[in-house]
Structure formats: C-alpha cells, structure tokens
Design a protein around this ligand. Structure first.
Ligand code: DX5
Ligand code: ZN
Length: 245
C-alpha cells in the first residue's frame, strides 16, 4: 500500500465534505470512495481564524473506518488558530495528513514537526494574500510533505477561484522540491481543474462541484477525468492569459 506522502503525489480530486449532506455523511463519503476518490478533505474551522465553525476530531473518527477500508486517506485542513494545540487529537482520530495555515501560528517549524511526530504527512497552507515565499524556509528545512495553495479566501465553499492563483501555483511548483506535493483548494470545477493541473497542482480539492451535484460519484468522475487529461508542465502556448500571470 502506498504511503500517505506517495498518495498525495498523484494528480487527483480530493472531495471536501464541507459541501456534503451531513445527515448522510457516511453514505456520501462512501459514494465518492466507490467512484475512486483516494483523498477525503476535511475542513476544520474554529470561528476565530475564519468565522464559521465546522468539524472536530469526532467527525474525522466517524468517517475514518470507511475511508481507510477503501485504501484512502483523510486530509485534514485546519483553519484554526494555534493549530499546534490540536495536532495530536486529529492524528489520534484518524487523520493521515494535516495542513496548518502559516498565518495561524508563529511556530510553523514546530507544528510541522509535531504533525510528523504524530505520524501524519505535514502540510502548510497559504491564503490568497500570502506570498508563495511564506513556505520557502519550511521547504528548505525539509519540514514539508505538501503545500496547500488557497485559491479562495478560506471559510466558505462555493466561491469562484481567484485567477491569479494559477500564476501562484506555477511559482510554488517551480520553487518547491519535487518531494513536496502541491494542493489547490477553492473554486475547483470542471473548467478550472485542468488549468490548476497545467499550473502544477496535483491534489485538487473540490467541495461544491462534487457534493452539490445530484450524483456526487459521477461528478467526482467527471472532475477526475478533466484533471487527468491535463499535463504539467504545459507548453507556454497552451496557457491562457490568467495562467500566464
Ligand atoms: C474553504 C475550504 C474548501 C472548500 C472548497 O475554506 O477550505 O476546502 O470546501 O469548496 P469549493 O470546492 O466549493 O470551492
Ligand atoms: Zn479546505
């Protein structure tokens, strides 16, 4: 079985349960797993770092068996202040990778080490207003398994991808060692998925595009097909104006 870090290197769609029907959460997760999803994205919000409050470790635990039985992983995205205080709880609950925001802690190096210590892949997220260089020291220190590039402001699903995100993804992909996976989160749908892959993203988080569809499994498959048809690096001539920025 591939390691978590290996699983994060494939070009793929990571359904985000933020847009799922919570009354049928397990069934909805099982739908996308049956369709082939191998990364399930869990958005944790604390009402401080971002206004909404969503899930805690109990929700990770509730879907853990189903996800792991399918050979898939749980990708926890912590949109919380001082994430270093919560890492162990999420790891115990079944998280396989844990992403912390660089804007949410003065102790990035420490928290990334704590994530690995807890047995998870370590990832740092940057908001749209944060420069790509904010993860360069963590990359140089070999503290990162993945970088998550927010392509919308964090806190809500169903927003439009900010077009300058393509250029930022390209810069990140060029700047980061190949051993560091690149994830994009926000506004991924059928048209933007291919553009994100051409810009260098591998893991494409998709919430509303999967779970607002009548058939989430079919929506996942359509997105996965669009993503896997695209290639990085794309020839300059294949890029549109937004992607060249
Ligand atoms: C937003 C979350 C996303 C969200 C994306 O703060 O981090 O993971 O689920 O939703 P869509 O795919 O609808 O933009
Ligand atoms: Zn997310």
């Amino acid at each position: 079985m591939p390691s978590t870090a290996e699983q994060l290197h494939a070009v793929q769609i990571a359904p985000s349960i933020l847009s799922a029907d919570f009354g049928r959460l397990r069934a909805q997760v099982q739908d996308v797993l049956a369709a082939g999803a191998r990364v399930i994205h869990v958005d944790v919000m604390d009402g401080h770092f971002v206004p909404p409050i969503t899930f805690g470790p109990l929700v990770v635990e509730a879907i853990g068996d189903a996800v792991h039985a399918a050979g898939a992983i749980i990708d926890v995205h912590l949109m919380i202040e001082r994430p270093e205080r919560q890492v162990v709880e999420f790891a115990r609950a079944g998280a396989d990778s844990i992403t912390v925001h660089v804007e949410a802690t003065p102790h990035l190096h420490y928290v990334l080490a704590a994530v690995r210590e807890a047995g998870c892949a370590a990832s740092a997220a940057i908001n749209p207003g944060t420069p790509a260089a904010a993860v360069s020291e963590a990359a140089a220190a070999d503290s990162l398994d993945m970088v998550l590039c927010m392509s919308v402001d964090p806190g809500w699903g169903n927003q439009a991808l900010i077009p300058s995100s393509y250029g930022k993804l390209r810069r990140l992909r060029e700047q980061l060692p190949r051993s560091v996976a690149l994830e994009v989160d926000g506004g991924v749908h059928r048209e933007t998925a291919a553009r994100c892959v051409r810009a260098g993203a591998g893991v494409l988080v998709a919430g509303s595009a999967v779970f607002d569809a009548a058939d989430p499994g079919a929506a996942y498959l359509e997105l996965a097909a669009a993503a896997s048809a695209a290639r990085w690096p794309a020839p300059e001539a294949a890029l549109d104006a937004d992607e060249r920025r």
